[in-house]
Each structure stands twice: as structure tokens, then as C-alpha cells.
Design a protein around this ligand. Structure first.
Ligand SMILES: [Zn+2]
Length: 181
């Protein structure tokens, strides 16, 4: 059965952009593994999705949030720096329904991990220069007219299979509920 493609999943970083690293793990690889796991778990719920990348490549920001099949939702997967604790974040873009969706995602992820998740507008993500001055703010998830979230699933480190699956699986029920509305 061919499923309609409803979700765009972006595996953060890739190629020469490794993202965070720690414990011998590169964030870009952890993101890709998690993104593929999410795609598989969604498929089990009869929800088709597209991936912004399937290998160690580095899509443009436009490609990351592209919705070639008119996907109704964009979910970007990231991990925080290795020393982050608990390193759990959900950022939402400016599309109105993204905020309540991000809250349900944050609740579900927090419950799965047993820690609190910060749920914030993407504008809260600021960029600093070496002297600590703000040089920019906002995230690429706002470069789409579709509701979009960027999830940081925890610090960049080695996860057991069960830990990784639990984190990714916590995203599934909120996504199913969001798409059913
Ligand atoms: Zn990242």
C-alpha cells in the first residue's frame, strides 16, 4: 500500500556539518538514525513521510523544510551538545498551530525521558559571536508556510536502542493526533 506523504522529517546537519559531538558520536549521525526510526514508526501508524536526507549529505535549509508532496507538517530532528542536561527542547515556527503541537510533543517527550522539556518559539534561539553579542535569532523551521518544529532529543552521546526508540516513539502519538485534526 502506498501511503500519502504527510510529514517532512529533517535529520539535522550532515556532510561537513557534523553538528554537536560527544562520546565518539556525531550529532549528524544520531539525527539520521533517529529520523529514520521516526519514519519507520510513523509508517507503522500508516503515516507516510519524506526525509530531507537519507545519507550523510548536507541539504540546504530550503530543502530541509521543503514539502515536495505537500506534507502538512515539518519535524526537524536534532540533539544538543554532549554536556547538555537534559538537552530536551522543542522549538516551533510562526504558524499558529505549531505552538500547541509543540507543547504536546514536549509533554510526551518529557514523559518518555522523565525530564523537563523546554518548549519555545524559534525566535528564542539566538546566535552569538565570540564576545557574546547577539548576531542573529530564529531557526530555519520558519522558512516554510507549513507548521514546523525542531526537536532536540537530548545530548549527543551513545544511546541504547531502548533509550533511542523511547525518545523517538514519544513523538509519534502527538504527530498522529495533530494530523487527525
Ligand atoms: Zn543540531
Amino acid at each position: 500500500m502506498k501511503l500519502p506523504i504527510l510529514v517532512r522529517i529533517d535529520a539535522g546537519h550532515g556532510g561537513r556539518d557534523g553538528g554537536a559531538s560527544g562520546d565518539g558520536v556525531n550529532e549528524k549521525d544520531l539525527n539520521l538514525t533517529s529520523a529514520k526510526a521516526l519514519q519507520y514508526l510513523l509508517k507503522l501508524q500508516n503515516i507516510g513521510s519524506s526525509l530531507s536526507r537519507e545519507t550523510d549529505t548536507r541539504p540546504t535549509y530550503a530543502d530541509r523544510v521543503a514539502t515536495p508532496n505537500d506534507e502538512g507538517l515539518v519535524v526537524a530532528i536534532h540533539h544538543d551538545t554532549a554536556t547538555a542536561d537534559p538537552g530536551l527542547w522543542v522549538f516551533f515556527n510562526d504558524v499558529k498551530v505549531a505552538k500547541p503541537f509543540a507543547k504536546t510533543l514536549g509533554d510526551s517527550l518529557g514523559e518518555a525521558v522523565g525530564a523537563s522539556v523546554k518548549v519555545l518559539s524559534h525566535w528564542e534561539r539566538k546566535w552569538y559571536d565570540k564576545k557574546g553579542a547577539v548576531i542573529g535569532q530564529g531557526l530555519y523551521i520558519n522558512d516554510t508556510i507549513k507548521p514546523a518544529v525542531l526537536v532536540e532529543l537530548g545530548p549527543t552521546r551513545t544511546y541504547t536502542r531502548d533509550e533511542m526508540v523511547a525518545r523517538v516513539e514519544s513523538l509519534v502519538a502527538p504527530i498522529v493526533a495533530f494530523l487527525a485534526v
